[in-house]
Design a protein around this ligand. Structure first.
Ligand SMILES: [Zn+2]
Ligand SMILES: [Zn+2]
Length: 253
């Protein structure tokens, strides 16, 4: 018998629509009987990163079996937070899911992404901060998109931990060109002064700062600095995914 052609993973056909049983929920590849909801390739892309990364900035090395170790850059220039948690690398199925959720408004994927955020929190193992603060969008972008993906990511974590989401603690007061349009060294300047943190909400509290993807971290650093200036006691960052390095572009705002 002639060999069957390798079936293709059909992401282009539309992520999130493969709800019929027998197909991978992410890419739609036909699965054999008794398999889980994901094909092996998507399952691998969406598995949590357990080692081979820096707990300060999430930078990854090739060997994922290494215990998490602070990178040289974080030792020399500590980030303005106590630690960073993330689920996995921003690549493959994870990247496709985030782009589909964010730019194709496939809101049905929100539940799955919230589960990954919760998994990252559990994997991080740290004491849960007192409050959850999503990275805010400027009101013009919020009006355009209709929802803040970072706020949506917080919902399951808030329910499971009983911690409040402080959506007004941080406000984006300046609309800036998307970071993705700028080289890494200009991103910090672009985002400087873009956020306002409210001391009456945040003072003395430990905070989990949440975003979908970390690229250079310039946006998260600016948020963390604003929160500290407003008196936040301790800041831990949680993102769904971390890009491979500053040269790999994230999804944009
Ligand atoms: Zn798949
Ligand atoms: Zn680092």
């Amino acid at each position: 018998m002639a060999p069957q052609p390798e079936p293709k993973r059909g992401r282009a056909q539309g992520i999130g629509v493969w709800l019929a049983s027998g197909r991978c929920r992410v890419c739609g590849l036909a699965l054999g009987p008794g398999s889980g909801p994901l094909c092996p390739a998507c399952a691998q892309d969406l598995a949590p990163r357990l080692g081979g990364f820096c707990p300060g900035c999430g930078a990854m090395c090739a060997d994922a079996t290494q215990p998490p170790t602070l990178c040289g850059d974080c030792r020399l220039n500590p980030r303005p937070w106590a630690g960073l948690m993330f689920h996995s690398a921003y690549s493959g199925a994870m990247r496709e899911l985030i782009l589909a959720y964010k730019f194709k408004a496939r809101l049905g994927l929100g539940g799955l992404l919230q589960k990954f955020a919760l998994a990252a929190l559990k994997k991080g193992g740290a004491k849960t901060p007192e409050a959850i603060v999503p990275v805010p969008l400027h009101r013009s972008r919020l009006a355009w998109r209709g929802y803040n993906q970072s706020l949506e990511l917080c919902r399951l974590m808030a329910r499971r931990t009983g911690r409040p989401i402080l959506n007004r603690a941080l406000e984006r007061i300046r609309s800036t060109p998307p970071q993705i349009s700028l080289p890494a060294n200009e991103r910090r300047r672009n985002i400087h002064g873009a956020f306002l943190a409210r001391p009456e909400i945040i003072q003395g509290r430990s905070v989990l700062l949440v975003d979908d993807v970390m690229t250079t971290g310039a946006t998260l650093e600016e948020c963390a600095r604003s929160l500290k200036k407003a008196g936040a006691a301790r800041i831990t960052v949680l993102v769904l995914a971390r890009t491979a390095g500053p040269d790999q572009d994230g999804p944009g705002a």
